[in-house]
Design a protein around this ligand. Structure first.
Ligand code: SAM
Ligand code: SF4
Ligand code: F3S
Length: 449
């Protein structure tokens, strides 16, 4: 019988893409995906350290698998950002972990696993095999050949890994290392492979996607140039998205390229984090509120149909009520379609972790609710304006509430519920939004996309 794996993925899309790549590889080596963890030989937790809440959840999952191990012969692998952050210390805290794999070893994990696996399918937990963590000085991120699954209609493709920005609150530069861009040839190769299957939408990924830069023998690829070439090489009905853009690297050239290429979806996720210049400087975001607002104006002028989303963080050390009000004002000025809101989590080892004037938790939560309330109203008003509009949606699945209804996503990243059956999953449909119920847009199908 084939060996079976079970993967749980936490954190960002980069982790999701890396998990898909792992699955592709495990399948190539003859493994099969288990129907549940109890049936698996190997359980892999692909972890995230960005917030304490994410880590707490993972410690909970490790606890669950620790008890499962008492009755089932599973091996437990903890991979990714928590492995990178805690290193061997994690094995001391949780000795039931059989294998610890850092971000820089994810790509070679499966090959090494195969080498280390004995006939009785157990992973050796002796000596160095228990950990795959590169030493600081030698760390090099190797991109996988293929991340996406060509049988799926959506694929996430990492094009740049790591981050050089060192926002003072953020753990990512410490667990993902410095920026390294993937070769354009490898990116085009993966896209060609995915297009030979069912893929209708690709999302290019990077912690800081728009600082992509790659020098080949005869060409210098900036992010806009990469996008331009990708659009030239791919069919007109492919949807291309990218995540996450840093405002400081959002150039006029990039705006121009989006404007001139139909494949590039009219949705931009542009985290602002805060509305106060004082806090933006303490966060080391490298732009001011004025710069951000000017950038948004430029984007809206060139792309009138664009939808914008953002990330907001409240409760950063030194934040006053006045700073929060400036964030509220910015939300009202920009009118984002959507905002992902967080309260600041102290991450040991980051500069903000040792800043004075840490904000007490109850005040952080109060401020978070204030921001959520304001943004909810803005998001709802933006959605109301969409009632009556026609758009194309890519059908993503069947509604959990009603199996005669489908969930589709527009290129502006709006979810719309439309009538239909599951055969339409992965297809484009032309729809008209008819009503807004709560936070959900409902529509009718008016043709093929
Ligand atoms: N690279 C992206 C950028 O420049 O905004 C963000 C990547 S980060 C994984 C996603 C979001 O998590 C950030 O935008 C930020 O709002 C939030 N985040 C990061 N560190 C955090 C922390 N220490 N506490 C709370 N939220 C945090
Ligand atoms: Fe973290 Fe800032 Fe890098 Fe985003 S840009 S990953 S928030 S350090
Ligand atoms: Fe989390 Fe690591 Fe992504 S910390 S957000 S999984 S880069």
């Amino acid at each position: 019988m084939a060996k079976r794996y079970w993967i749980e993925t936490y954190g960002c899309q980069m982790n999701k893409a890396e998990s898909t790549s792992l699955k592709n590889k495990l399948n190539l080596y003859g493994w099969e995906e288990a129907i549940n963890a109890e049936e698996a030989d190997l359980v892999i937790l692909n972890t995230c350290s960005v917030r304490k809440t994410a880590e707490d959840r993972l410690f909970g999952r490790i606890g669950r698998y620790k008890s499962l191990k008492k009755h089932h012969p599973i091996s437990l692998a903890v991979i990714g950002c928590m492995a990178e952050r805690y290193k061997e210390k994690l094995l001391e805290i949780e000795p039931e972990i059989d294998l610890l794999v850092g971000n820089f070893d994810k790509d070679s994990f499966v090959e090494k696993l195969e080498e280390g696996i004995s006939d009785d399918k157990s992973i050796s937990s002796k000596g160095s095999r228990r950990t795959m963590l590169q030493q600081e000085a030698k760390k090099v991120y190797h991109f996988s050949e293929i991340y996406g699954d060509k049988n799926n209609f959506k694929a996430f493709i990492p094009i740049i890994h790591g981050c050089n920005n060192f926002c003072t609150y953020c753990i990512v530069p410490y667990v993902r290392g410095r920026e390294v861009s993937r070769s354009p040839m490898q990116i085009f190769g993966e896209v060609d492979h995915l297009l030979s299957g069912n893929v209708k939408e690709i999302t290019l990924l990077g912690q800081n996607v728009n600082s992509y830069y790659y020098l080949t023998e005869d060409k210098e690829y900036s992010f806009p140039l990469l996008l331009e070439e990708l659009c030239r090489r791919t069919p007109e009905d492919l949807w291309i998205r990218f995540l996450t853009s840093h405002p400081k690297d959002f150039s006029d050239h990039l705006i121009e390229v989006i404007k001139n290429n139909k494949q590039l979806c009219r949705h931009i996720h542009l985290p602002v984090q805060h509305g106060s210049d004082k806090i933006l400087a303490l966060m080391n975001r490298k732009y001011t509120r004025g710069f951000y607002i000017d950038l948004v104006e430029k984007i809206k002028k060139s792309l009138p149909d664009v939808s914008l989303s953002t990330d907001i963080m409240v409760g950063f050390p030194g934040e006053s009520e006045e700073d929060v009000e400036q964030t509220v004002e910015l939300l009202r000025d920009v009118e984002f379609e959507e905002a992902f809101t967080y309260y600041y989590n102290l991450r040991e080892g980051t500069p903000a972790g040792s800043m004075r004037d840490q904000v007490p938790d109850e005040i952080k939560l109060k401020r978070l609710w204030r921001i959520i309330e304001v943004q909810d109203e803005i998001s709802r008003n933006r959605k109301k304006e969409r009632v009556g509009c026609e758009s194309v949606v890519l059908v993503e699945g069947v509604s959990k509430r009603n199996n005669t209804e489908l969930l589709g996503r527009t290129e502006r990243n709006e979810m719309v519920v439309v009538p239909g059956n599951k055969d339409l999953i992965g297809k484009f449909l032309r729809i008209r939004a008819k009503s807004l119920r709560g936070k959900t847009l409902y529509g009718e199908v008016i043709g093929k996309g």
